[in-house]
Design a protein around this ligand. Structure first.
Ligand code: AMP
Length: 279
């Protein structure tokens, strides 16, 4: 596996592979890799001739400075994991490489960018779009792999990619044994927070089971009470949205695909999860 730190070198190496007719799969990450990330790598290794993964903690997508500072970083173990999955290239640029000058581009995702994560983390998706477009331009992959764990991000990338000839592959959420969604941030949880955190997905499962054909308000009240009864958990938002447009709905009716999305603070660690209501 090659480590590449500069965009120019990455483009040169990949152009050689492309000339040989190889297909390129790309998995952007912020590192602190876990089996959720590795499931994306595995999918690309199966599908594509060349697998490129990036490890870069992108400052422009953090609306909270302390979140950026505390974000887990572990390049040595990430490198070993990517190598064992037979990833071809790891691209690990620094800030000067990715932002030689400030990026003043402003993206507009319409209503899709204004709900949930977009509402709670102003500027987050603009930062995601800045880095993803820079990485897409550098890698020019045939396919890019994203996890459904970041459900709204996936929808926004799908919209963004209309301008590119790239297939977006949506990969299922990988969970711990107790079904907490795997996340780099889980390593920051205290014992108490880690104990309480599986209630997030259990609550989503109960919504799916009990609230079909009922009003979303009832589900919201149920979720708020259930999550907030754990001392270490605090609900930030719970929303049921049209899975395609991300428009919030009032009724949980099976006429359109719906996804229930949740963000919860476990102490100071922000966790997100989601569930498809009708699958
Ligand atoms: P991140 O490093 O958090 O930016 O995530 C990089 C990619 O891995 C994104 O496409 C995430 O959606 C995906 N990902 C993170 N956690 C999981 C998980 N538990 N299951 C599946 N995909 C995941």
């Amino acid at each position: 596996m090659q480590i590449i730190k500069h965009t120019g070198r990455l483009k040169l190496v990949l152009s050689r592979y492309r000339k040989q007719g190889a297909t390129i799969g790309f998995i952007p990450t912020m590192g602190a890799l876990h089996p959720g990330h590795l499931s994306l790598i595995k999918q690309s290794v199966i599908t594509d001739d060349i697998t490129v993964s990036s490890i870069y903690v992108n400052p422009t997508q953090f609306d909270d400075k302390s979140d950026l500072k505390n974000y887990p970083r572990n390049f040595k173990s990430d490198y070993a994991l990517l190598k064992s999955e037979e990833c071809t290239i790891v691209f690990s640029p620094d800030n000067k490489e990715m932002y030689p000058r400030p990026d003043n581009r402003r993206f507009n995702f319409g209503r899709m960018g204004d709900v949930m994560e977009g509402k709670m983390r102003p500027g987050h998706f603009n930062g995601v779009a800045q880095i993803v477009t820079k990485l897409f331009d550098a890698v020019q992959p045939h396919r890019a792999y994203f996890g459904k764990k970041d459900f709204q991000q996936l929808a926004i990338i799908q919209k963004l990619v209309n301008d590119y000839d790239i297939e977006i592959v949506a990969c299922p959420i990988i969970r711990e044994k107790d079904r907490l969604a795997m996340s780099s941030r889980n390593s920051l949880l205290s014992d108490q927070e880690r104990n309480d955190a599986p209630a997030i997905y259990r609550t989503l499962l109960l919504v799916k089971e009990k609230f079909r054909n009922r009003n979303v308000k009832e589900a919201e009240k149920f979720v708020e009470e259930r999550i907030n009864k754990y001392t270490s958990l605090k609900l930030e938002y719970f929303q049921i949205v049209n899975s395609i447009t991300l428009d919030p709905v009032d009724e949980i009716a099976s006429t359109i695909p719906l996804t229930a999305c949740i963000a919860v603070y476990a102490g100071s660690v922000r966790l997100i999860d989601n569930i498809d209501i009708f699958s």
